[in-house]
Design a protein around this ligand. Structure first.
Ligand SMILES: [Mg+2]
Length: 395
C-alpha cells in the first residue's frame, strides 16, 4: 500500500463560471467566453482558456478584454446559479470524504489520507474526484497534491487546465525554489516591496536568507512565517467547517422497534458503520450523539463528550448505549434510531497522540481492511448475524 505522503489535495475548478454557463448553453463550448458585467466599470469575473491565451484574465476591465479578444462572447454573471453549482461540487467532493475545507465557491482543500484503503495512490484519488466532477456535473477541475497546503495550492495551478500535478514528498523545496515570492501566502503589496529591497524575488531567495535576518526586518510573525513557508514548513491541517464536521448514521424502520434486544443490535450496527466512516475519512470523534424518534414522531437527542476522542465501533456503541438508557426507548415504540458525531478531529491531529494504543483499534483496522477487500459483509460481529451459526450435532 502506498504511504499516501502527499495527503493534501487542492481542488480548483477550471474557469468555473464559464464552465457553468457552458453547461446550460452548449453553443458556448469551444468558443472564447468571458463572464463579466456590461457596465463601463465591469471587470472579468472568469475567462475561458480560449480567451486566456489572448491575454484576458480575471479582474481585467471588460473593455480591455474586448480589445484583446474581440470575438469573445461576454456573458453577464449569474451568481445564484454559480452558488447552486458550487453546492453540487461540494456534494460530489463530500461523497469521497468529509475532510473537506472550502476555500471559495470553486476551491477546496481535501485531506485524502483516509482514502488510502480505497485507492492505490494519491494521484488515483485525484483522478477519481476529477472524473466524478466531470461525470456528474460536466465540469473540469484541476488538482494539486502535496504534503502541505501551500505546495498543494501551487501545484493545482501547475495542473491547469484539467489535470493533476503532484509534488512528491521530499521535493517541496526544489519545487518552491524558482516560484515567485508573490505566490506565498501573506505576501501583499507592502511585504513584496520590503522583500524586493532585500533583493528577494523568488521563494528560493527567501529560503536562502537567514531566518534571524528576516525576523529582524519583518518581525517574528511575518518574517518567521514566510521563512517557514519558503523552506517547506507548513503544518496547517485541513479544517472542515460546518456540516462537514459531523458524520451520522440513522435509519427509519418500516415497523417500529419494541424489542430492546433489537434496539441494541441496531445500535451496534450503527456504531460499526459510523466507526467505519470515521476511519475511512481519517477522523476520530470527540462526541457521540444519539437520536431517537418514537412512534408519535417526538424526537429526543442525547449526547456525550469523550475524555479522549474515539474511533472504534465498540467505544461508540458503549457510549450510545448509556445514552439510550437515558431515554424512554425501552418502553416506547421506536420509529427512528440514529447515532452521529461532531467535534471531529483529524486522526493526524496531535491530540490523537494522547490515545494509548489499544488492541481493539488494531483489530478494527484489520476488519476494515478485510471489508474493503472482500466487501461490507465479509466480516461482522457475531451478534449482528441474524442466525447464529449452528454446530452439527448441537442440540
Ligand atoms: Mg477556479
Amino acid at each position: 500500500m502506498e504511504p499516501f505522503l502527499e495527503r493534501i489535495a487542492h481542488v480548483d475548478m477550471d474557469a468555473f463560471f464559464v464552465e457553468v454557463e457552458r453547461q446550460r448553453r452548449p453553443e458556448l463550448r469551444g468558443k472564447a467566453v468571458v463572464v463579466g458585467g456590461a457596465g463601463p466599470r465591469s471587470v472579468v469575473a472568469s475567462a475561458s482558456y480560449e480567451a486566456r491565451t489572448r491575454g484576458v484574465g480575471s479582474g481585467m476591465p471588460i473593455g480591455q478584454a474586448r480589445r484583446l479578444c474581440p470575438h469573445a462572447v461576454v456573458v453577464p454573471p449569474d451568481h445564484r446559479e454559480y452558488g447552486r453549482m458550487s453546492e453540487r461540487v461540494f456534494e460530489v467532493i463530500g461523497g469521497f470524504t468529509p475532510a473537506v475545507e472550502a476555500v471559495s465557491v470553486d476551491e477546496a482543500f481535501i485531506d485524502i489520507a483516509g482514502l488510502r484503503l480505497l485507492h492505490p495512490s494519491p494521484v488515483a484519488v485525484a483522478e477519481g474526484i476529477r472524473s466524478a466532477l466531470r461525470a456528474e456535473l460536466g465540469l473540469p477541475a484541476s488538482i494539486g497534491l502535496a504534503t502541505t497546503k501551500l505546495v498543494a495550492k501551487m501545484a493545482s495551478r501547475d495542473a491547469k487546465p484539467d489535470g493533476v500535478h503532484i509534488v512528491p514528498a521530499g521535493s517541496e523545496q526544489e519545487y518552491l525554489r524558482p516560484k515567485k515570492v508573490r505566490a506565498l501566502w501573506g505576501v501583499g503589496e507592502a511585504t513584496y516591496a520590503r522583500l524586493e529591497e532585500l533583493g528577494i524575488a523568488t521563494v528560493g531567495d527567501l529560503a536562502g536568507f537567514p531566518r534571524t535576518t528576516l525576523v529582524a526586518r519583518l518581525g517574528e510573525s511575518l518574517g518567521g512565517h514566510l521563512w517557514d513557508l519558503a523552506t517547506g514548513r507548513d503544518e496547517r491541517s485541513v479544517t472542515p467547517a460546518g456540516e462537514a464536521r459531523s458524520i451520522s448514521v440513522e435509519q427509519t424502520y418500516d415497523t417500529d422497534i419494541t424489542d430492546p434486544e433489537v434496539l441494541h443490535r441496531e445500535l451496534l450496527a450503527h456504531a460499526d458503520r459510523l466507526a467505519s466512516r470515521l476511519r475511512r475519512a481519517g477522523f476520530v470523534a470527540a462526541t457521540v450523539q444519539l437520536k431517537v424518534r418514537y412512534d408519535d414522531f417526538t424526537t429526543v437527542t442525547r449526547s456525550h463528550t469523550f475524555q479522549q476522542p474515539v474511533s472504534t465501533g465498540r467505544d461508540l456503541y458503549h457510549a450510545a448505549l448509556t445514552l439510550l438508557d437515558r431515554t424512554a426507548a425501552r418502553h416506547r415504540p421506536v420509529r427512528l434510531l440514529g447515532i452521529g458525531t461532531d467535534g471531529l478531529v483529524t486522526a493526524a491531529d496531535p491530540r490523537q497522540l494522547d490515545l494509548a494504543p489499544r488492541s481493539w483499534d488494531d483489530l478494527e483496522e484489520v476488519v476494515e481492511e478485510l471489508r474493503d477487500r472482500f466487501g461490507r459483509d465479509a466480516v461482522g460481529r457475531a451478534r449482528l448475524l441474524d442466525d447464529p451459526p449452528e454446530f452439527p450435532g448441537d442440540e
